[in-house]
Design a protein around this ligand. Structure first.
Ligand code: BGC
Length: 749
């Protein structure tokens, strides 16, 4: 790539696609040909009109102003003398308006591309063809493309050569592909096409997902297909996409008159339904319409099934939540005017994500961008890669529970795969984060200041409020302790002297107890804290420490004295019971509530919450037809109305974090800190009669670990597979303990 130049069109193509091309004249027979390519925007490479490789939305999303990935393709079998090499580019994440403010996040402001084709001839000589001002610029059949708004493709458009490309100086670093490739996956057939009460023609794919719709069609030249996307129907059965907010998600295709295949080239959507706003005057053949799932090409390693169909559907929804939101970076949702790397959502789901798929590479890439975007003072932005939001170019704000992703994600990924590299890469960033909190607070051992997102979308928030009732000071101080504890463990693993941080951790715990639970008493009111609702106007809100989330965090993170645990567990159970055996927790309490209960002898209550069907509960959304995780516990209310238009995604994986409890506690497979990556694994199943049976596995570097339990009358049987070279510490509910090495085992009690 060294001699290749960044090139751009001779004039600004604005939101239209740009194609750069070069005819390749070869001197001899080709032994090997390798193409390296990248773009500020997104690109597809073609040789003689045939797509090179199977990457979608390359070069992916990184902190573009600092680094852009390039891809490498073997094109030996595609290249002929006289071949035309093309790079067809669109705006992508680099240049589309992003976030609610539709701000562009790459400072060059225009699409540009770079490529190098390295040819080795049969005689051993090599030749390079690189982008420079001898390449030609052409218009494209993509007349418009935007990440949020969709794309217009016109197969009747005259493709014009508009002159040579212009060399340009792009100040960013080109790096080889670090993450997984983004590729197409499932091809989903529609389950129906119907007319809504309003008279709209709608196609239902039966699965909420991320990707796009492909049409195969032969219509009259100039006839159009125009579609918009939606995740749900409203209570009258009409097409509903107000929850996409400003994002238009609209595709327009103009037919050529011949056999056409349409799908977006430079964008994607989140949807289950499409509305056919315009369609050629021919019968719709559903065989020619497919929804194609697009996500990072991670290896699936986990599997689960049990005797309860609703829990199986919940698991399906967790998996599809991950597929939909692990598209090169971990996103909050794939459809509305966000689709960004919210750090809080990411850390909450990370452990579950690492059980379902191998996400080692995926996280190493994203954490690389997090380190780039970490503020000089150690603050971690709420969004990575940073996107301008509400006019702020710093990733919105630093929030507890969000910024802690810098400690939590590397730690979880390390436990899952046992690779220390991710710890080495992030140790300094973790330290900077802990030091940031230490300095930013008005006391060294607590985090009592700042503007946080808190227990986001908890049910104890007021009507139409986003932030739960739990004191942000308490939450921030819990996560301060948690991140510091991870820093200490990581430091020890890496052989660093972390005595200072061990002391810091002990002091945080001590001070936490004095301040938040003096004499073992939970406080109902805390001093006023400054809370910002939209990032700009500061309002004062009173938050309490007397909530389910407060108790969950205190218990799970061991922040009370051992002797107070039974009392706090009882309080938590009482709060749950008083709420009709339901949670009130939001983004920060929910991931830990079942753990806090089962760790304190109340797996029975944890199961009751898991199996609860009234909102707020996991099965409520299942009962209401969910095929992915919902952002809000009652995104769709009992009467069919929506809880809000604004913060109402039907594909937000955060609450899918429940699967780490199902796998780690109900099934009972947990990696150990002693020898992570499941080399030494704890197996401690907690069976539940109502599920009948449960069977889960994980493919580790050493082989597949599987646990199945099932009931026959009152007896529970356990089938356990342990791969060779793995040591499993088994604990059965009776207290029976043994150590297992490679083999198949059966127990009953
Ligand atoms: C996102 C969240 C995110 C939150 C910050 C929302 O708009 O969709 O999932 O974490 O803002 O609180």
């Amino acid at each position: 790539m060294k001699s290749a130049k960044w090139i751009k069109a001779p004039y600004d193509f604005k939101q239209a696609g740009v194609t750069f091309q070069k005819q390749i004249t070869l001197k001899n027979t080709v032994k090997k040909a390798v193409l390296f390519a990248s773009c500020c925007g997104v690109y597809n490479a073609y040789i003689d009109g045939e797509k090179v490789g199977n990457a979608v939305l390359a070069p992916g999303w990184t902190s573009y102003n600092s680094r852009v990935q390039y891809q490498k393709y073997d094109v030996t079998n595609m290249l002929k003398n006289g071949s035309i090499l093309e790079l067809s580019c669109g705006q992508g994440w680099a240049l589309s308006g992003l976030s609610v403010s539709y701000s562009r996040n790459f400072n060059l402001g225009e699409i540009c591309a770079i490529a190098s084709l390295k040819v080795t001839y049969v005689d051993g000589k090599t030749e390079q063809f690189v982008t420079n001002n001898t390449w030609e610029t052409c218009t494209s059949d993509v007349l418009f493309s935007e990440i949020y708004d969709g794309e217009t493709q016109d197969k009747t458009a005259q493709i014009k050569n508009v002159g040579n490309a212009v060399e340009v100086n792009v100040k960013t670093k080109l790096v080889p592909q670090i993450g997984e490739w983004i590729t197409e996956h499932e091809r989903i057939a529609p389950i129906s096409v119907f007319i809504t009460p309003k008279g709209e023609k709608v196609v239902d794919f039966g699965q909420n997902m991320t990707g796009y719709v492909e049409f195969k069609i032969k219509a009259k030249r100039g006839e159009k297909i125009i579609i918009t996307h939606a995740e749900v129907l409203d209570k009258d059965g009409n097409f509903y996409n107000e929850n996409y907010r400003l994002a238009k998600n609209k595709m327009t295709y103009v037919c050529s008159g011949k056999d056409d295949v349409f799908k977006p080239k430079h964008t994607f959507q989140g949807f289950r339904y499409i509305r056919l706003d315009e369609y050629p005057d021919i019968e719709i053949n559903l065989d020619n319409i497919r929804a194609i799932a697009v996500h990072s090409d991670m290896e699936r390693i986990g599997d689960f099934v049990c005797g309860n169909a609703k829990i199986n559907q919940l698991y399906h929804n967790v998996i599809w939540g991950q597929k939909s939101n692990y598209l090169d970076i971990p996103t909050d949702c794939p459809q509305r005017d966000e689709r960004m790397g919210w750090t809080g959502d990411t850390q909450v789901f990370c452990r579950t994500g690492a059980i379902n798929f191998n996400v080692n590479k995926f996280f190493r890439k994203w954490l690389g961008d997090l380190r780039i975007d970490q503020h000089k003072d150690g603050g971690v932005p709420a969004i990575v890669p940073v996107v301008e939001v509400f006019g702020r170019r710093d990733g919105l704000r630093v929030s507890s529970g969000w910024g802690d992703a810098v400690c939590i994600c590397p730690w979880e990924v390390y436990l899952a795969y046992g690779d220390k590299t991710i710890l080495k890469e992030n140790f300094t960033a973790m330290k900077k984060w802990v030091e940031y909190i230490r300095k930013v607070g008005n006391e060294e051992y607590l985090w009592l200041t700042g503007v946080h997102f808190g227990d986001w979308l908890a049910m104890d928030a007021g009507e139409n409020e986003y932030m739960g009732a739990t004191s942000n000071d308490l939450i921030a101080s819990v996560f301060y302790a948690y991140s510091t504890s991870i820093l200490v463990k990581v430091g020890k693993i890496l052989g660093k002297d972390v005595t200072e941080y061990e002391e810091l951790y002990n002091n945080i715990v001590k001070r936490f107890r004095e301040y938040f639970i003096p004499n073992g008493q939970l406080q109902s009111d805390y001093p006023l804290t400054e809370i910002s609702k939209n990032g700009e106007d500061i309002v004062d809100v009173k938050r309490t420490g007397f909530t389910q989330t407060a108790l969950v965090l205190i218990l799970h993170f061991n922040l009370c004295e051992e002797k107070d645990k039974a009392k706090f567990t009882e309080m938590l159970v009482k709060m749950i019971e008083d709420n009709g055996m339901r949670m009130t927790t939001g983004f920060l309490g929910t991931p830990y509530i079942l753990h806090a209960l089962s760790e304190n002898g109340r797996a029975d209550i944890a199961y009751k919450l898991l199996l609860q069907e009234k909102a707020p509960s996991w099965l409520y959304s299942v009962n209401h037809g969910a095929t992915t995780m919902w952002e809000h516990w009652d995104s769709l209310k009992e009467d069919g109305s929506f809880w809000s238009m604004d913060m109402n995604s039907f594909n937000h994986y955060a609450y899918g974090a429940v699967y780490d409890w199902i796998f780690g506690v109900a099934i009972g497979i947990k990696p150990t800190e002693e020898d992570p990556g499941y080399k030494v694994v704890d197996i401690a199943p907690k069976p539940c009669k109502e599920l009948g049976f449960a069977d889960a596995s994980i493919k580790t570097a050493y082989g597949k670990i599987r646990v199945k339990w099932y009931y026959k009358k009152e007896t529970v049987y356990y089938e356990i597979s342990v791969p060779t070279n793995v040591i499993a510490n088994l604990t059965l509910p009776s207290g029976y303990k043994t150590t297992l090495t490679g083999g198949e085992y059966m127990f009953s009690e």
